[in-house]
Design a protein. Structure first.
Length: 276
C-alpha cells in the first residue's frame, strides 16, 4: 500500500471518528463549564471559563464515593462469577458428549432472545419475597446466571471447540481427569477468550441502569448509572454540569481500561471463530 493511499485512509478514518469522539469531548469539556455555557450554540471545543466546582458538588450532593465503590465491587463480582460459570459451561458443551447436548445448548441460547424487561417483574417478586430487595444480591446473581452469562458461555464454547483434541488425549495419558484437564490444560489456553468475556461483562455490569432502579431505593446503595440521575436542584431541574462531571468520572476509567485491553478483547473474539 502506497503512502498516499495510507494517508487517505487515515484521513477518512479520522473524519469517521468525529461523530463518535465529539460527544465524549463535549461531555468532558462541559463538565468544567458554568451551567449557563453548557448548551451554548455553537458549542465551543474548549471552555470559555473553567469551573471545577461541579466536581466538588458531585461529592457534596450524593454519597458518590460509596456509589462508586458499589459499582466497582458489583462489577468485579459479576465479572469473576460470569467467567467461572461461562468457562465451565462452555467447556462442558464443547467437550463433554451427552444426550440432547445440542438441543440443550440451543435452549440456553434462547435466553438471549428474552428481553430483561420481560423477566424483571417476576425476578423482583422473587427477590422481594426472599428479603433481598434493596440489596446488591439481585445485581450480582441475575447477570451471573442470566443473559450475559449465556453470551459468555457461547464465546467460551466456541473457543474450546477450536482447541485440538490431542491436548486432551495427552492430558489423559498423563493421568489427568476431566476437571484436571479443564483446569490445567484448557483454561490456561483460554486466556484470550476469558479476557474478552471479562471486558464485556464488566462493561455491562458497570453500565447497568434498569435493574438498579427496580431493586434499589437507598441512595447509599445506588450504583453509578442510577446515581447520575439524582443530581438536580431544589426545583427538580438537572444540574447539567454536575451530572456531566459525574458522568466523566464514571466513564473515563472504563475508557482507559478498554483502550489498554482492546487488543486482548479483539484477539479473544477472533479466536472464538476459528472453528465450529
Amino acid at each position: 500500500m502506497s503512502r498516499r493511499v495510507r494517508l487517505t485512509l487515515y484521513g477518512l478514518l479520522c473524519v469517521l471518528c468525529v461523530p463518535f469522539v465529539f460527544p465524549t469531548w463535549w461531555m468532558v469539556t462541559s463538565s468544567v463549564k458554568p451551567i449557563s455555557d453548557v448548551f451554548a450554540f455553537p458549542p465551543a471545543l474548549l471552555p470559555r471559563r473553567w469551573d471545577l466546582s461541579p466536581y466538588r458538588q458531585v461529592f457534596e450532593l450524593q454519597p458518590f464515593t460509596q456509589q462508586y465503590v458499589n459499582s466497582l465491587y458489583i462489577a468485579a463480582l459479576v465479572t469473576v462469577g460470569t467467567m467461572a460459570v461461562a468457562a465451565m459451561a462452555g467447556y462442558a458443551f464443547a467437550r463433554i458428549r451427552f444426550p440432547g447436548q445440542n438441543a440443550l445448548f440451543v435452549l440456553v441460547l434462547i435466553g438471549l432472545l428474552i428481553p430483561s424487561e420481560v423477566t424483571i417483574v417476576p425476578l423482583f417478586q422473587m427477590f422481594h419475597g426472599a428479603g433481598l430487595s434493596d440489596t446488591h444480591w439481585p445485581l450480582i446473581l441475575v447477570p451471573v446466571l442470566g443473559a450475559p452469562s449465556v453470551l459468555a458461555t457461547f464465546i467460551m464454547r466456541q473457543f474450546f471447540i477450536a482447541l485440538p483434541g490431542e491436548l486432551e488425549e495427552a492430558a489423559r495419558v498423563d493421568g489427568l481427569g476431566r476437571f484436571g484437564t479443564f483446569y490445567r490444560v484448557a483454561l490456561p489456553l483460554a486466556r484470550p477468550a476469558l479476557g474478552a468475556v471479562a471486558i464485556f461483562t464488566f462493561l455491562h455490569s458497570w453500565n447497568l441502569y434498569l435493574e438498579p432502579i427496580v431493586y434499589l431505593s437507598t441512595p447509599s446503595r445506588f450504583t453509578l448509572p442510577q446515581a447520575l440521575t439524582q443530581f438536580v436542584d431544589n426545583y427538580g431541574w438537572p444540574l447539567w454540569n454536575v451530572q456531566l462531571a459525574a458522568a466523566t468520572m464514571t466513564a473515563l476509567p472504563i475508557l482507559v481500561v478498554f483502550v489498554l485491553a482492546q487488543r486482548q478483547f479483539i484477539e479473544g473474539l477472533a479466536h472464538t471463530g476459528l472453528k465450529g
